[in-house]
Ligand binder design. Structure first.
Ligand code: ATP
Ligand code: MG
Length: 355
């Protein structure tokens, strides 16, 4: 099946500028690899919130439940608190569609430089696999004795066996497809004495099913130091919702520019659409100027192609990005060039035909 219906949500700020370039490149890849895409646009955003008091209409999720994937730009805008865009759009999509894996490649592409001295494409090529629906980000908890000197805040973390096992299984399966075949678990079982020892137990149990994979674990504190000092050690790193969140910003940062980093929220069983979006936000400081770098969006499109079963097309898009990165004419301002968003997108779309 090569006809795909995609829900396109540009969102706010530069989301409106980079998403069309992501679409341009997907269409170019489709032309070469015999895939056809229909994009249905949804204006769910902080602007929608300002007009209607909600990020998306009531029952909005039912409008995109049957799509093959969701392609999102960025949401968030000054004046609208971050928790509104998060809890009003992103978290409902992740939870309702059971996108329990958040996947971020941390890879130095040809033509990019890592901010770590002497590190390049051969040293930094790993994935962060973040648990995306449970763990520390629960709504269970509360405040007591408000306004008194005994004021107390409590927040529960929820780790289920099912939720923990399935994200770990995803990490091991991903490692199995890769050359290094190595999974690292982020833990903190010395300080967090209920949930993290449970996480470690489940990791040990999962590891026993994968004798072909090298598996190890580090406490989150030293793990962040290793990301900077020994990024070449890593292949697939699995973490809880909170630890994965931290690592999945640090990873792309050691790999180069956060402006080009992609991410995916995946429902591995494919019962529901998965969602693909750049790591960066809506960048209000440069929104409307047409200078945003579209590569994070375009690379997210490559992840979408891979998820839909077209690795050949996904690889061609990544190669086309590398062709563009080697061409000074294609570089946007954040990468030291003077190309605008559309020029960069066009060069990549053209390169897809032959990359
Ligand atoms: P969020 O809160 O949504 O995670 P943020 O406000 O922390 O986002 P961004 O919106 O990603 O951060 O912006 C951080 C900085 O990076 C800004 O100066 C922005 O202009 C720059 N930036 C982000 N994305 C891009 C891009 N695609 N091209 C160029 N610059 C970008
Ligand atoms: Mg922001």
């Amino acid at each position: 099946m090569n006809d795909y219906r995609i829900a396109a949500i540009p969102g706010d700020g530069i989301g409106n500028e980079v998403l069309p370039e992501g679409i341009r490149v997907l269409e170019a890849a489709g032309k070469r690899f015999g895939l056809s895409f229909t994009f249905d646009h949804f204006d769910w955003s902080c602007e929608h919130y300002a007009k209607h008091g909600r990020m998306m209409p009531e029952g909005g999720l039912d409008l995109i439940r049957k799509h093959h994937a969701i392609f999102l730009g960025a949401v968030g805008f000054p004046g609208v608190p971050d928790h509104v865009s998060l809890w009003g759009l992103l978290i409902p999509i992740r939870r309702d569609f059971n996108q329990y894996v958040n996947l971020r490649p941390c890879r130095v592409l040809q033509g990019m430089k890592s901010p770590l001295a002497g590190r390049g494409p051969d040293d930094i090529d790993f994935y962060v696999v973040r648990e995306n629906v449970e763990g520390e980000y629960s709504e269970i908890g509360g405040r007591m004795f408000r306004g008194t000197e005994h004021e107390t805040a409590m927040q529960e973390s929820i780790f289920t066996r099912r939720g923990t096992d399935r994200v770990m299984r995803y990490a091991f399966e991903l490692a199995r497809k890769r050359a290094k075949k190595h999974v690292t678990s982020a833990t903190k079982s010395n300080g967090i004495v209920h949930t993290m020892p449970f996480w470690d137990e489940r990791f040990a149990a999962m590891k026993a099913n994968y004798p072909d994979i090298r598996a190890d674990q580090f406490h989150i504190d030293i793990l962040t130091a290793h990301f900077v000092q020994h990024p070449d050690w890593f292949d697939v790193v699995v973490g809880s919702n909170l630890f994965g969140d931290i690592l999945s910003d640090l990873g792309p940062a050691v790999a180069g520019s956060i402006g080009i980093a992609p991410s995916a929220n995946i429902n591995p069983e494919r019962e529901f659409p998965s969602m693909f979006e750049p790591v960066h936000g809506s960048a209000p400081d440069i929104a409307g100027k047409g200078i945003a770098n579209p590569i994070g969006q375009i690379w997210s499109g490559a992840m979408m192609l891979e998820h839909l079963g077209h690795k050949d097309a996904a690889d061609a898009v990544v190669r086309a990005i590398e062709v563009a990165l080697a061409d000074p004419k294609a570089r946007t301002r954040d990468l030291g060039g003077s190309a605008n968003t559309v020029e960069c997108g066009r060069i990549i779309a053209e390169a897809v035909a032959t990359a």
